[in-house]
Design a protein around this ligand. Sequence first.
Ligand code: UT7
Length: 326
Amino acid sequence: MTAQASPIRSVLAGVGSYLPEIVVTNDELAKTIDTNDAWIRERTGITQRYLAQPHETCAFMATQAARIALDAAGATATDVDAIILATATPDQAFPATALRVQAALGAGGFGFDISAACSGFIYGLSVADAMLRTGQIRGALVIGSEVYSRILNWQDRGTCVLFGDGAGAVFLRAEEASSSGRGILSTHLHAQGSLGDILYVDGAVGQPDRSGHLVMQGREVFRHAVTRLSEAVEEALAANGLPHSAVDWLVPHQANLRIIDAIGRRLGLPPERVVKTVAQHANTSAASIPLALATAIGDGRIRPGHLVLMEALGGGLTWGSALVRM
Ligand code: UT7
């Protein structure tokens, strides 16, 4: 939960993204996996995904996205006081992948990784916002970067067709609250650890007897996603005293078109005001929201002054929202 008394606002000054060079369509997957384009499209809306090559590591993709976000903000590495990187697929157990990015950018300050699965970008925004508003830092990179292709069980058609790789980043700058109202208006975070077994990665570093693969009870996750995300969007608007109609854009976590459409309907938003990239990117976990933001800012849909509502749910379970005036 956030307080909003501070005169400092965290302004989303620039966005960047990176997608791997290789695109794999549903039909291409169906050559080696017992699946088909119709099933994947109908159940998820996914038509293709980007898959990383060996050099496209979590840190590499995060750095590319971060550079673009800094450029878009008119900022440089010297403006970065903190790097907060959300990922379930870090390059190493430690150092934090955020610090590999720090080194690549030549930035100072500090950095750390966040483990909150698909909600990681929202968690990162929330932490950065708190630090910016209290004056602890003046500029922060919040990044989601994922290489899920390396933790997928490519024998499990129920999960391997759903995910893709990529990275997205935002540069947040502390600014005096102004009449434009720009900045993060609120973030709300939630978690329910007792549901940890419906979506998890089997094992960790140093556990060679474990598969290291993602395991998901899809229907259970789906059910919780629709309920929890509906509550989360209501909570965000109620906390700000805003009606549904105030939202210019819903930028949801991109897991499944059916979940995205369900939340859009709950908000009464016309489908054209919901940013959807799941068809092209598939589910890129913590990277999906900044990737979607970068897409809709890049093509001119999201513009300064627009009210953007973001929400995500992922393994943990974790979920949450962020309401931002661009
Ligand atoms: O990002 C984190 C949050 N994650 C999510 O929000 C994901 C939430 N869950 C979902 O999106 C959906 O549950 C899925 C897309 C994962 C699955 O959709 P579903 O409608 O729940 O399908 P299901 O898993 O219940 O499977 C239905 C049928 C099964 O066949 P039978 O048992 O009915 O004969 C599966 O074996 O579809 C079959 N199936 C497939 N068929 C072709 C499962 N995967 C595939 C596949 N291709 N890839």
